[in-house]
Design a protein around this ligand. Structure first.
Ligand SMILES: NC(=O)c1ccc[n+]([C@@H]2O[C@H](COP(=O)([O-])OP(=O)(O)OC[C@H]3O[C@@H](n4cnc5c(N)ncnc54)[C@H](O)[C@@H]3O)[C@@H](O)[C@H]2O)c1
Length: 384
């Protein structure tokens, strides 16, 4: 199916952060058209935001419930193919559930939902309805992350012994939530963010990146979560030890109070015969250190990279690609999956789905339980 897919967006109105990123990324490969929107929690703002994006007035909705009702009234050939959820976390579950139950494909930003029980419910609905469900763990879309995964899978660093992942930010080092900064406000409110702060917001990305690249399955977690900023209600700093099945070990930092760091996500994987290091703020480079050989620098866009990395590169080497392209790569896989679904084929693919989203929610819950427990080491539930 090569026609453009029609999407309706929930959230992402004026002043919002990630909704616009999704729209830019979805526009990159000409696979999607924004056809409808319930773009804000304030109906007037939703309508104003829709107008600014050129949406027709009859598809600019005040609420997501109205959007679902309005779209279902349209003939199948006109209604949206998928909904894109870019609201604060507490809205993900009701919207995803309602659209999935109606048989509409869903893309939700992370973390998927608030609880493992909600996540399991979504998994069941997705299974029953047979729809495509993507979760935008966008860092897995980088070509050199795919290269890193290929090198691990091909045994180029041997059996993985240890993983060190750090997601370092400093923007919540002050009580920004008291200044009216809305991104800070809902992220530090348990009602809207969920059981965790930094661990949910960015620790979930780190978990997904480690699992995607290494294929390692978590066995147990030992978490130390701290709220450094006085009066804040959720963790703003997390330091974790990880144990994986098979014996590999890991260390994770997910912090939003590390002054001087912007969006500093770094993954290092150490195997028996080599190591790999990738840094999100310099995503066109991947360092590979084979045992007893000089360190190699792999750069995006070169012919020596694996087919998966080559397939999601748009411009030649030396012309930097980045965040939007990685996001677009996730969306490219989702568009292909929806196309296969339309033809009765297998909609699974190289994109994070509802199972990965659910695993992320279990990870957040496990970290919170571990941090609060006396024993600290807490088994990771590999299934709900
Ligand atoms: N993948 C990533 O790297 C990444 C980055 C940032 C944010 N996120 C995720 O994206 C989501 C949004 O984050 P953000 O920083 O853009 O938040 P934001 O506060 O900037 O924007 C949220 C938007 O949702 C709207 N909204 C709230 N309730 C709504 C409702 N009931 N119906 C319709 N719209 C509603 C708000 O009006 C606003 O337009 C969060 O789940 C966050 O975790 C992911």
């Amino acid at each position: 199916m090569r026609r453009r897919l029609r999407y309706g967006m929930v959230g992402g109105g004026e002043g919002a952060f990630i909704g616009a990123v999704h729209r830019h990324a979805m526009a990159l490969d000409h696979r999607y058209t924004l056809s409808a929107g319930a773009l804000s929690s304030t109906p007037e703002k939703a309508v104003r935001s829709a107008e600014a994006l050129g949406l027709l007035s009859d598809r600019s909705y005040g609420t997501w419930e109205q959007m679902l009702e309005g779209e279902l009234k349209r003939p199948e050939g006109e209604r949206i193919d998928l909904v894109v959820i870019v609201t604060p976390n507490h809205v993900h579950f009701p919207v995803a559930k309602a659209f999935a139950e109606a048989g509409i494909h869903v893309v939700s930003d992370k973390p998927l939902v608030h609880t493992a029980a909600q996540a399991a419910e979504l998994e069941r609905i997705v299974q029953e309805r047979g729809i495509v469900f993507g979760v935008t763990y966008n860092y897995t879309g980088y070509p050199l992350v795919k290269e890193m995964r290929r090198l691990v899978q091909d045994g180029r660093i041997g059996v993985v012994r240890k993983v060190v992942v750090g997601y370092h930010q400093g923007w919540l080092a002050e009580k920004l939530e008291d200044t009216g900064a809305k991104q800070a406000e809902w992220r530090t409110d348990p009602e809207r963010s969920g059981v965790a702060g930094a661990m949910g917001d960015i620790g979930s990305h780190a978990e997904n990146l480690v699992a995607t690249v290494t294929g390692l399955e978590l066995e147990a977690v030992c978490a130390d979560l701290t709220t450094f900023v006085p009066g804040r209600r959720l963790d703003d700093d997390g330091n974790l030890l990880l144990r994986f099945r098979g014996g590999a070990k890991g260390v994770m930092i997910a912090s939003q109070v590390e002054i001087g760091h912007e969006n500093d996500l770094v993954l290092q994987v150490y195997g028996e015969t080599g190591s790999l290091r990738w840094h999100q703020e310099n995503p066109n480079e991947l360092w590979h250190a084979p045992l007893d050989e000089p360190v190699r620098l792999l750069r995006r866009g070169n012919a020596y990279l694996c087919p998966e990395a080559a397939a999601c590169t748009r411009i030649p080497s030396g012309h930097p690609e980045g965040y939007l392209e990685a996001f677009a790569n996730v969306y490219g896989e989702i568009a292909a999956a929806i196309g296969r679904h339309a033809e009765g084929g297998d909609p699974s693919g190289d994109y994070p789905g509802v199972a990965e989203g659910a695993r992320g929610v279990r990870f957040i819950e496990t970290a919170v339980v571990s941090a609060a427990s006396a024993e600290k080491w807490t088994p990771f539930p590999s299934t709900p």
